[in-house]
Design a binder for this molecule. Structure first.
Ligand SMILES: [Zn+2]
Length: 89
């Protein structure tokens, strides 16, 4: 009995990861600045605290507001980052 084997050509091409973001290495600052600023949502008053982050949205504690992905939205009212205002101390 003869069997015909159909050879399937496997694609050697690897799927390219779409612009994978590398973790930003923290720069060494000889003059430690004050704590990263908190940001307030101007729509609902939610305050983003970098020390807390937004674990529900995958933002780890210690993430500066500036380092949050641009598609992040307010966990309370879902507005974008543009609706946040930096809180100065
Ligand atoms: Zn909000």
């Amino acid at each position: 009995m003869f069997k015909l084997f159909k050879k399937k050509e496997t694609e050697a091409e690897e799927p390219k990861a779409a612009a994978e973001e590398r973790p930003v290495e923290e720069e060494h600052d000889p003059f430690p600045k004050a704590k990263p600023a908190k940001w307030k949502c101007m729509t609902c008053g939610y305050i983003y605290d970098p020390e807390v982050g937004d674990p529900d949205s995958g933002i780890a504690p210690g993430t500066r507001f500036e380092d949050i992905p641009d598609d992040w939205v307010c966990p309370t009212c879902k507005v974008g980052k543009d609706s946040f205002k930096k809180l100065d101390f």
